[in-house]
Ligand binder design. Structure first.
Ligand code: PEP
Length: 259
C-alpha cells in the first residue's frame, strides 16, 4: 500500500434500522478502542442505509468517535422533482465523508450503467463527498478471462470527464460480482492482478503521481480469516466489506488485520 492509508469500509446494504445502527456503531467503536486501534493507520468507515445516517452522525459527532461514515448511493441530481432520490447535498450536510457509487447491486437491480455512475461521481464531486467507485466483472466475463479488460473499460467510462483534482480523491473498489455475498473470495493474486491494472489505468488516464495516491480496495466475501492475505498485496489498499460488516466483532477483526 506504499504510503496510502488503508481503508476498511463496511457496506451494511439494506440491513439494520437506526436503533440497531447506533448499537453496532457503539460496539464497533468500543471493540476497536479496546484493541487500541490506530484509526490514523487504518481508516474505518461505516456505510449504513440512508435512514440510519442521522443517528450514526449524532453518535459519531456527539461522542467524537474516529469512525468515518457515508452513504450507499446518491442521486445524479442536486435537488428537484426526483421523488425518492437523495441528494449529495443532503449527505454532505450530514457530514458524510464517503458515498458508494456503482455498486454491483445497483447495477444489477436498478439497471445503473457506467454513464449514470459517471453522473453520480460528478454529483459526489459537487458536494465534496469521496466516492467509493465500484467496478467488477460477472462470472461469464471471468471464465473466459476477459476480466481485466472489462474492469478497465468500466473504470475508463465511469471516470470520463472527471478532472484530476476530483479523481485524486476517489477510492476505487474492485469487486468481482461472483465473489459478492457468495462466500467465494478471490485469491489474493486475483485481487492484486486487477487492483494493479486499475492503478496502471489511472496512471494512463491522469498521471503516475495521481495513481500512486489513489486507494484501490478489494471487495467480495472478505472475512477476518482471509483479509490479511489480501491486504498483503502491494496494490490492495483496503476492503469494501458487505456481510461481515454487520457483525461488529468480525468487522473489528477485519480492521485489525495487522494484529
Ligand atoms: C459488498 O457488498 O460490497 C460486498 C463485498 O459484499 P460481501 O462482503 O458480503 O461479499
Amino acid at each position: 500500500t506504499s504510503g496510502r492509508t488503508p481503508l476498511m469500509a463496511g457496506n451494511w446494504k439494506m440491513n439494520l434500522d437506526h436503533l440497531q445502527a447506533t448499537h453496532l456503531v457503539q460496539k464497533l467503536d468500543w471493540t476497536l478502542r479496546d484493541g487500541r486501534h490506530d484509526f490514523g493507520a487504518v481508516e474505518v468507515a461505516v456505510l449504513p442505509p440512508f435512514t440510519d445516517l442521522r443517528s450514526v452522525q449524532t453518535l459519531i459527532d456527539g461522542d467524537r468517535l474516529q469512525l468515518k461514515f457515508g452513504a450507499q448511493d446518491l442521486s445524479t441530481h442536486d435537488s428537484g422533482a426526483y421523488t425518492g432520490e437523495i441528494s449529495g447535498a443532503f449527505l454532505a450536510k450530514l457530514g458524510c465523508d464517503y458515498v458508494v457509487v456503482g455498486h454491483s447491486e445497483r447495477r444489477e437491480f436498478h439497471g445503473e450503467r457506467d454513464s449514470e455512475v459517471n453522473a453520480k461521481l460528478q454529483a459526489a464531486g459537487r458536494h465534496g463527498l469521496i466516492p467509493i467507485l465500484c467496478v467488477g466483472e460477472p462470472l461469464h466475463i471471468r471464465e473466459p478471462r476477459q476480466h481485466v479488460e472489462y474492469v478497465l473499460a468500466q473504470v475508463e467510462a465511469c471516470l470520463e470527464g472527471i478532472p484530476a483534482e476530483q479523481a485524486r480523491t476517489i477510492v476505487v473498489a474492485y469487486e468481482p460480482v461472483w465473489a459478492i455475498g457468495t462466500g467465494e473470495v478471490a485469491t489474493p493474486q486475483d485481487a492484486q492482478e486487477v487492483c494493479a491494472a486499475i492503478r496502471t489505468k489511472l496512471a494512463e488516464l491522469y498521471s503516475g503521481d495521481l495513481a500512486d495516491g489513489v486507494r484501490v480496495l478489494y471487495g467480495g466475501s472478505v472475512k477476518a480469516n482471509n483479509v490479511a492475505a489480501i491486504m498483503a498485496q502491494e496494490d490492495v489498499d483496503g476492503a469494501l466489506v458487505g456481510g461481515a460488516s454487520i457483525d461488529p466483532a468480525e468487522f473489528a477483526s477485519i480492521c485489525r488485520y495487522r494484529d
